[in-house]
Design a protein around this ligand. Structure first.
Ligand code: G3H
Ligand code: ZN
Length: 283
């Protein structure tokens, strides 16, 4: 069934593992992620960006996610990714999302706190979990685009104050990762993760999980990251497979013949991440 993230995040924080947020781009992604979760017996989070929502359609998102979750036997959160306004958050909650992120990171701290508090109040009243963000994460993901020079790391004192005042269920902080694939290796500020995590009760969220070396992910989790977001790596696996199959055979026209293998490739990426995050067997 669809559940709020509070169903599994407290355990993740306690036992030092992370639950993956895997973004759904279409039906095949949703199926691949769900199958991976079933094979790994892992809790999971479907991430839906505003761009994905426009592409799939809100009604279809709900129908697909609900069907996947209900048939899976797994705790699955349907989570709005980088929600940009109170209105879009409300629209998603009314439609059936079990979790939302409000990304007020581009506002001044005071305003981010004020807006996030409003979202938390409304969401918690109906049992929906909330993720907030502090500091700006570089790179591009759908509607969210931040120039590397403008990406700003979260300040620990501000992150702690943000948590205490908003009471979010998961805290995304900018610690050096970026959305999309990296040109070089990301320089992750593990000291910021450690300092903030020690002083807040909820897990830290690591955005831009694609292309981060496995050892860095594991270190981040050991220091208090309890949710890791992955999108681009699944997209790469999908598109590489489609490109290869179409290049190999000019006569191939049945979409099932390339989307089926693409779905399998996404599933493999997600299974690998679940094992890496330590969420396998935690459902
Ligand atoms: O919000 C979604 C993520 O932060 C995904 O980032 O595409 O770099 O994996 P990624
Ligand atoms: Zn993100």
């Amino acid at each position: 069934p669809l559940v709020p993230m509070t169903e599994f995040l407290p355990q993740a924080k306690r036992e030092r593992f992370a639950v993956g947020q895997f973004n759904i781009n279409n039906l095949e992604f949703t199926q691949a992620i769900t199958e991976a979760g079933q094979e790994e017996q892992s809790p999971l989070i479907f991430g839906v960006s505003e761009g994905a929502m426009r592409y799939i359609g809100l009604d279809y998102v709900i129908a697909i996610a609900r069907t996947a979750a209900d048939n899976s036997g797994l705790p699955i959160a349907l989570h709005l990714d980088h929600g940009s306004s109170f209105d879009v958050v409300m629209k998603c909650i009314r439609a059936g999302f079990s979790s939302v992120m409000f990304d007020g990171s581009h506002y001044p701290l005071k305003e981010n706190i004020r807006l996030t508090k409003e979202v938390v109040k409304a969401a918690h009243a109906v049992g929906v979990s909330v993720e907030g963000e502090l500091g700006t994460i570089g790179g591009v993901e759908d509607d969210v685009s931040v120039d590397e020079s403008e990406a700003a790391l979260a300040k620990p004192e501000e992150a702690i104050r943000f948590y205490e005042e908003t009471n979010v269920d998961a805290l995304a902080i900018a610690v050096g990762t970026a959305h999309g694939m990296y040109r070089g290796e990301p320089k992750i500020r593990f000291d910021i993760i450690e300092e903030v995590s020690r002083q807040v009760d909820v897990p830290i969220v690591l955005h831009g999980g694609s292309g981060v070396p496995d050892e860095s992910i594991q270190k981040a989790i050991s220091l208090g990251v309890g949710k890791v977001n992955v999108n681009t790596e699944s997209q790469v696996a999908c598109t590489k497979t489609v490109r290869k199959l179409l290049n190999e055979d000019d006569t191939l026209v049945d979409p099932r013949k390339y989307l089926g293998p693409a779905r399998d490739a996404i599933k493999e990426v997600v299974k690998h991440k679940m094992r890496l995050f330590g969420s396998s067997g935690k459902a």
